[in-house]
Ligand binder design. Sequence first.
Ligand SMILES: [Cu+2]
Length: 469
Amino acid sequence: MTIRNATPQATNIHYHGMHVSPKRDHDNVFRTMAPGTTVRSTVTLPRDHAPGTYWYHAHLHPLTEPQVMGGMSGLIVVEGLERLLPRALRGVPQRQIAIRDLQVDPDAPGQVALSSNEIGLRRPTVRLVNGLLTPQAGLRQGETQLWRLANISADVFYDVELTGHAFTVIAEDGAPRWRVRTVDHLVMPPGKRYDVLVTGGAPGRHRLRTRAYPQEGFELLPEAELMTVDVTPGTAAPAPRVPRRLHTPARPVSGRRVARKRTFTFGFDLGHTEYALINGRPFDPSVTNAAPYVGTVEEWTLRNTTTEEHPFHIHVNDFEVVEVNGRPHRADGLQDVVTIPPRDASRRAGEVVIRIWFRRYTGHFVFHCHILAHEDHGMMNTVQVRRRGEPRTPPPGGHAHRPIGSASAAATPTATAATPTATATAAAAAVLAAGGAPGAATAGARETAAERWARLCRLRERAARLRLV
Ligand SMILES: [Cu+2]
C-alpha cells in the first residue's frame, strides 16, 4: 500500500487483529510517517491466516484518540469466512457495518472535536455507521445476510441489537469461532468485531441500535439508533441451520504448555497528564516491558484496579480467555480484544486470565487499553518476541512521544490512507492538534468555567484561522 500523509501531524498505521510481522514497513507502530510524506506499507498474510473482519487505524502515541476519532480508520476483510459455512450459506449477501462516533461542540455549531482537548469523555457523541447518520439497509423476510459488525470508535462501548432479530455469531475479532452461538445483543468495546448471520424476520421497519451502556467514566451512553433496516415480505423460511462448531484455522491455545506467567495491572493515578498506568507506570517508548520467546505460550493475568472497564488489546497474536474474575472461562474462540472488568464493591481488582501463543513473528509490538484516551495517556506496554539467545532490546526508535497538546495546528488536512481489500468507512480525516493546556477534558476531570472559556476561545481562534466560520 502507498500511504500519503496529507495531515499536518505525524501519523502511522496499524493493522488491528492481523497475524502479520510487526517489523520494518509491516504492522509497525513504532514507525512515524511525517507530515507531507508518502510511504510504503507491506502486509504479508500467512497461508493459514484466519478469515474475518479486521481494521486499520492510525496508532501514533499519543495522538491515537483524535486521529481515530477524526476518521483515520477503515475495515479490512480477509476473505474465506463463508467457506466454513454450509453450502447453502456460502453465497449470502454481505454487509460491512463500521460503527463509530464523533462529537459536535454544542457551543460551536458545526465544529467537530478533533483534538484530545476538544474530545470530552463526558460529552454527548453522535453515532455513525460507515460514516453516515442512521443509514438505511434492506433485508428480505427469510433471507440470511452476513453482517460484519465493527466498533471502530476511539473510546466508547456499544451494546448492539437489531429489533425483532437475533445474531448468529460465527467469528469474533476476525477469528472464526469454534462454537457458534445465537444472541439477541452484542456488547462491543472499542476495537471489537463480530461476524454474524442475520435472517430477515417480520416485515416492517426494524432498527439496528445500541442499548444504553453505563460506561463508567463517561456520560451514561444513551440508547441510540444506528441504522434503519427495512424487512420486505418474502418467504417466512426458518433461519438456516448453522453447525454448532466451525472448522477454523484459529487453533485453541489453552491445551498447550505454559512457558511463563506474567501479571499486568491496569490502574489510574488521576491528577497527572499520564494518568493511565500499567504496573504503576505510564508508557515509556524506551522500555521493552516483556520479552517472550517465539513459539511459546504464556499465561497473562490482567488486573484492573479502577472503577472503569478497560478493553485490553494486543497486536500480532490472538489470545484465548481462560478465566474471568477467578472463574474458569470456556472460550468460544480466539480474540484480540477483551474487557477487563472493574474492581468490585470491596475494591478487589477485576481480573482476566489469557493465554497467548507467540507464533511465527519476532519483533516489537504493543498491548494497550483500547479506550484510546487511556492509551494516549499512558496505558500501553511494549512486547518483544525474540528467538532464544536473542537479547532484549529497546523498542525501535522514531516513535514520537510528545505530551498531549504540544503539536501545532496548521491547515485543514485531508488524509488518504491506502485501502487494503475492502473499506467500509472513509479513511480520510481532518485532524487538528490541540493548542491549549493538556488534560482539560480527560477522564475524571471536570472542566472549570475558566478552563471552558479558555478552551472555547482557542476553538474559535482556530476555527477562524481555518476559515471554518
Ligand atoms: Cu482503559
